[in-house]
Design a binder for this molecule. Structure first.
Ligand code: PHB
Length: 397
């Protein structure tokens, strides 16, 4: 028998031990994962003008999990929460609490586009899974797109583009846009302008005020002086309630129709009351979509939370559905990241809004509805644009 020198025998033994340890670590990780809860980190606004939006998203997400026995792909869910206050300057610190301190498996957030841009950067830098249940920042599924990032909501361009088309079809020639001066507002105004001008109209002025300000008077006076055929406004949450009421109090609605993406009247109607009646908006959801899926969802939501669902609740619910589709494909094993993110994109989502799939960039390809406010509902009127896909400008995947 050939003799092996003691030093090389030791080396072989060490390598064998290392290889064994590595294998058992991977095995143990997968096994520990299978038994351990999946850590979901909500980064959402729980205070400020978007607080109700954050709460509805969380409620929608948890409703789906609850309907599935508190588990996704056989794994219990453990929740972590950070209030992002819709404050971009705190966003990186806040998201790192979830990524580095809490070590979450998946981030779910947020509402505000400026905060979401910082989240997307952190998710990319740390290779963390991110599901965006609202914020429409075009770049997130455009130039910043990545395999680990998907959105259950919309891009800012989508509902805005649809409203521009509708306003032009209604014969408006001269429009003014008004919004908060940050990514979502500016991109929304831009998407509206693109379709409105393609349809023969002209946007003569873009009015803005800082987020989340509600001092609208000077801007409303300017609109009255300019006498456009239509106004397109992006506001949401508490700010949208105040804007619609102020617009009506100034008497502008009598001569100048107020249009917007559906955020202007979604989750706000009880507070807007008479002021919002008859308003037309465009969005990927309408309260009274008479489908078994939407009816069941609304009933389940109302029973659980004693409140009516809105678009934000739908987006939260669908964020959980998208995560479930990914997890089911890998039996809850997050180490199979490529298979998981591929399944998230491939699996059609049976949403209360109607079935949709994600684009390669990770954004819903979806019908945008024209809705009209009746009482406390945004009622379906027509499909404004069928299966609208965000152009995903600059996305290379
Ligand atoms: C956004 O900042 O992207 C945003 C916020 C609230 C909405 C919609 C979009 O309702």
């Amino acid at each position: 028998m050939q003799k092996t020198a003691p030093s090389s025998m030791k080396r072989i033994a060490r390598i064998t031990a290392l290889a064994f340890a590595a294998l058992t670590t991977v095995g143990a990780q997968a096994q520990a994962q299978a038994g351990a809860p999946l850590k979901v980190g909500f980064m959402l606004p729980y205070t400020g003008t978007y607080a109700s939006l954050g709460n509805m998203i969380e409620s929608g997400f948890k409703l789906y999990v609850q309907e599935h026995g508190g588990k996704l792909a056989g794994r219990e869910i453990q929740y972590f929460k950070v209030d992002d206050e819709s404050e971009p300057s705190k966003a990186t610190d806040n998201v790192n609490k979830l990524i580095k301190r809490d070590n979450v498996d998946v981030l779910v957030g947020t509402v505000h586009s400026g905060v979401a841009l910082a989240m997307a950067k952190a998710a990319k830098d740390n290779n963390t899974l991110l599901i965006i249940p609202n914020a429409g920042a075009d770049a997130i599924t455009g130039a910043m797109c990545g395999p680990n990032i998907v959105r259950s909501s919309f891009s800012n361009w989508q509902p805005a583009f649809a409203m521009g088309k509708v306003a032009a079809e209604k014969g408006a020639k001269k429009a003014i846009t008004i919004t908060w001066n940050y990514a979502a507002g500016n991109e929304s105004a831009k998407g509206f302008t693109e379709a409105f001008e393609k349809g023969g109209g002209k946007v003569v002025k873009d009015l803005t005020l800082p987020f989340p300000g509600v001092e609208f008077q000077a801007l409303l006076t300017e609109i009255a002086a300019q006498k456009p055929d239509a106004v397109y406004a992006f506001f949401a949450g508490g700010g949208a309630v105040k804007f619609v009421k102020d617009y009506v109090a100034a008497g502008l609605n009598k001569t100048i129709p107020l249009y917007g993406p559906g955020f202007l009247t979604d989750g706000t109607l009880e507070a807007q009351g008479a002021a919002a009646q008859g308003m037309l908006t465009t969005l990927h959801y309408a309260d009274n979509l008479d489908t078994p899926r939407n009816n069941a969802f609304r009933k389940s939501f109302a029973l659980t939370y004693k409140a009516n669902a809105d678009v934000y609740a739908v987006q939260g619910y669908d964020a959980a559905q998208i995560l479930a589709a990914g997890l089911n494909a890998v039996k809850g094993d997050l180490t199979q990241r490529d298979a998981l993110t591929a399944a998230m994109r491939k699996t059609p989502v049976d949403s209360p809004r109607g079935k949709f799939t994600l684009s390669a960039a990770g954004n819903p390809v979806q019908d945008i509805y024209l809705r009209e406010v009746k009482g406390i509902n945004n009622e379906y009127r027509a499909i404004a644009v069928k299966a609208l896909a965000d152009p995903a400008r600059g996305c290379k995947l």
